[in-house]
Design a protein around this ligand. Structure first.
Ligand SMILES: [Zn+2]
Length: 298
């Protein structure tokens, strides 16, 4: 009798334990396979991409400054690398052609506010105006919009995140940076990035002359290691629980070298000749859904 009660007690404890474990699993559904936080519905921030994929999102903040951005685009084009530019709306108004060129060359253009203020502590309406004015500037320059936002200086509070989310934005953080907003040897910038990069990294860089000098080394070393470069929207779509947002990156990446010319292949299923790039391992950007699709993570 007493033994039976004891067993019932054990069964009860096992049941509670199992429920507890299930609870833990539910909580960790917001984390990636290595238990690292990436994108959470509650705070709506991307910190890095899928750690199981050898891909990187390069992001450049604060531009466009013509004297830097033109050469930066040349270098990225030579290496056939897509990136994401978090632009400042007031700068976009001054250099609309440059922003168009970014998109035409396959890069993503995203919102970094209109006048680059520190947004934390500002009231929600003022924050929405900063975002909306930058959105307008991008739209006027390119005819396209973005769903990606990075607060200046990465300063944010709940009000900033709420304002961004209410306008349909995903807020994009980073997990690799080189403090390249200040002068330092190009080799230092390259070292900091190369030492910190891991699969799924979001790399923060700026339009600084030293960064420009470091960029070829960064791209070459990472390509040698087998990394692919994706836009932030592509990265979001390749999370273990994909988050699809509209992308404004649509241009073809310029051809870099003659040996990378497209080759013609016959697709067996359709028997039609299709032209594909030799870099076709990179998945094409899927047609964006009509609206931001933020799935429930529970
Ligand atoms: Zn900035």
């Amino acid at each position: 009798m007493g033994r039976g009660i004891r067993w019932m007690g054990y069964a009860f404890l096992v049941g509670v334990g199992a429920a507890g474990l299930l609870g833990v699993q539910r909580a960790y559904a917001r984390l990636d396979s290595k238990g690292v936080k990436t994108y959470a519905l509650r705070d709506d921030i991307l910190i890095h991409g899928n750690v199981n994929l050898k891909e990187i999102a390069l992001t450049f903040d604060d531009g466009p400054r013509p004297e830097i951005a033109r050469e930066m685009l040349n270098i990225l084009g030579r290496h056939r690398v897509r990136s994401t530019f978090f632009v400042v709306g007031s700068m976009v108004e001054q250099h609309p052609k440059l922003v168009r060129r970014m998109m035409n060359e396959g890069h993503e253009v995203a919102n970094h506010s209109f006048s680059h203020p520190r947004l934390h502590g500002m009231d929600e309406e003022a924050i929405r105006v900063e975002l909306a004015r930058c959105d307008r500037a991008i739209f006027d320059a390119t005819g396209a919009r973005t769903n990606l936002f990075r607060p200046p200086g990465m300063r944010y509070d709940d009000t900033v995140l709420r304002a961004a989310q209410s306008l349909g934005y995903v807020t994009v953080h980073w997990n690799v940076a080189a403090q390249d907003f200040r002068s330092q040897p190009a080799s230092e910038i390259a070292r900091k990035v190369l030492e910190a990069v891991k699969p799924g990294s979001v790399v923060l860089l700026h339009g600084h002359p030293d960064t420009l000098a470091a960029l070829p080394t960064i791209l070459e070393r990472l390509q040698e290691k087998g990394y692919r470069f994706v836009t932030v929207s592509q990265m979001l779509g390749r999370l273990e629980r994909p988050v699809y947002v509209k992308t404004n990156a649509y241009g073809a990446i310029p051809e870099a070298t003659p040996e990378k010319k497209p080759v013609t292949r016959v697709a067996r299923t359709t028997r039609k000749a299709t032209t594909r790039s030799t870099d076709a391992k990179e998945p094409a950007i899927a047609a964006p859904p009509a609206a931001v699709d933020i799935p429930s993570w529970n």
